[in-house]
Design a protein around this ligand. Structure first.
Ligand code: UD1
Ligand code: UDP
Length: 382
């Protein structure tokens, strides 16, 4: 049996967290040769994930610049990938999700006529500027890809409606696979501030906010709303691991820098993050990944965006769209803090996003596509 040579290309924190278990699965199997190419779109935040999952890169384009633009990420990735693909000659390139690394990685493979597999395929808002530029990135990759690995049936249905070419598999989300190794009851935080936190007697809200479409007024309004919630609820502590983007850091410092019981900390490694969420009261976020992780941990989520491409947990009742307006965010967070019935209705562990076997399904699907395996893997069903 010929080994299938698969190159996984990723560059940001969330891609790394969700690709790490897949890279490991492929490396453990006899029928694959697994290569890993980092774009380095993120540097510190990416390296932290590589360390936690003990992964080593075969190639690293190291493209990150301090105030990088979408064009610079895309062009530097495209140019860098040219040499890498020429040298490595993979049978398949895997990309993940919707970042600029994802789009440029897929395009570079297409230019060399190398088949593309898209992990986390088919998420859509159908609003091209929200999330920006992610909605367009993932739509374009949908056209470039030959194999589409959709986390849920709804994601696969979007691709079917768009009549994309290639094979669509429903696999579950690989982040649930990753969480099988990160979340532990006896976990101790490396951050002293987190170890000292009284999770039993305080109401700890985990906050993250970083999206480009929230830059400017929406982000200021969101963070002002958080300040108001803290001021009016003395039992609340907010932990906000602030993204390394200079735009985000300036806004966080301005709006929350001097607020008592708001802990602005640097990004924490993924093990600490998952265990922090497992212990918190609820989550407020504009992140995509947190909307998948928190429901699995039984934690309510208020989404700080106007829309979401992840409707499954909204339907299940654990996630609510709070939007980006000051009044509505204050109202919804206060309701969650003050009305136990509202809280308990949302705090149910639901797992529409995966069963922890997404990576095995993806590996089987690739093996089937290349003729190394006779049966097509069964679709994931929640
Ligand atoms: C990117 C993705 C977004 C994803 C997010 C996850 C694009 C266009 N956006 O957005 O989809 O949700 O990552 O976090 O691909 N920085 C560092 N060190 C790091 C990481 C970032 O200094 O380890 C700083 C750099 O100054 C960089 C800035 O953060 O210029 C922004 O990073 P960038 O990748 O351009 O955009 P994100 O907002 O992180
Ligand atoms: N995360 C982390 N440390 C942090 C903040 C987030 O490890 O300080 C993890 C989080 O658990 C999730 C992923 O990073 O797995 C989400 O990344 P991000 O919010 O940057 O991107 P998005 O999901 O919005 O694309």
């Amino acid at each position: 049996m010929k080994k299938i040579r698969v190159m996984s290309v990723f560059g940001t924190r969330p891609e790394a967290i969700k690709m790490a278990p897949l890279v490991k699965t492929l490396a453990e199997r006899e029928d694959f040769e697994s290569l890993c190419c980092l774009t380095g779109q993120h540097r510190e935040m990416l390296d932290s994930v590589m360390d936690i999952f003990r992964l080593k890169a075969d190639y690293d384009l190291n493209i990150m610049q301090k105030q990088q633009t979408l064009s610079s990420i895309t062009t530097r990735t495209l140019l860098g990938m040219e040499t890498v693909l020429e040298e490595a000659k993979p049978d398949l390139v895997l990309v993940h999700g919707d970042t600029s690394t994802t789009f440029a990685g897929a395009l570079a493979a297409f230019y060399r006529k190398i088949p593309v597999g898209h992990v986390e395929a088919g998420l859509r808002t159908y609003d091209k500027y929200s999330p920006y530029p992610e909605e367009m990135n993932r739509t374009l990759v949908g056209d470039l890809a030959d194999l589409h690995f959709s986390p849920t049936a709804a994601n696969a249905e979007n691709l079917r409606k768009e009549a994309v070419s290639g094979e669509v598999f429903i696999t579950g989300n690989t982040v649930i696979d990753a969480m099988r190794t990160t979340v532990r009851e006896d976990f101790r935080f490396a951050e002293p501030e987190l170890n000292a936190m009284d999770f039993a007697n305080r109401r700890v809200i985990v906050l993250t906010c970083h999206r480009r479409e929230n830059y400017g007024k929406p982000m200021h309004d969101i963070l002002r709303a958080v300040r108001q919630i803290v001021v009016t609820h003395p039992e609340v502590e907010v932990v906000y691991p602030v993204h390394l983007s200079p735009v985000v850091r300036a806004c966080a410092k301005e709006e929350l820098g001097d607020t008592e019981r708001v802990h602005l900390i640097d990004p924490i490694d993924v093990e600490q993050m998952h265990n922090l969420m497992a212990r918190c009261h609820f989550v407020m976020t504009d992140s995509g990944g947190l909307q998948e992780e928190a429901p699995a941990l039984g934690k309510p989520v208020l989404v700080l965006r106007r829309e979401t491409e992840r409707p499954e947990a909204v339907a299940a009742g654990t996630v609510k769209l709070a939007g980006v307006e000051y009044d509505e965010i204050v109202r919804m967070a206060s309701e969650l803090l003050e009305q136990p019935t509202v809280y308990h209705k949302m705090a149910q562990a639901v797992n529409p996003y995966g069963d922890g076997n997404a990576c095995a399904r993806i590996a089987d699907a690739i093996a089937w596509h290349f003729g190394n395996q006779e049966t097509r893997p069964e679709n994931f069903q929640p």
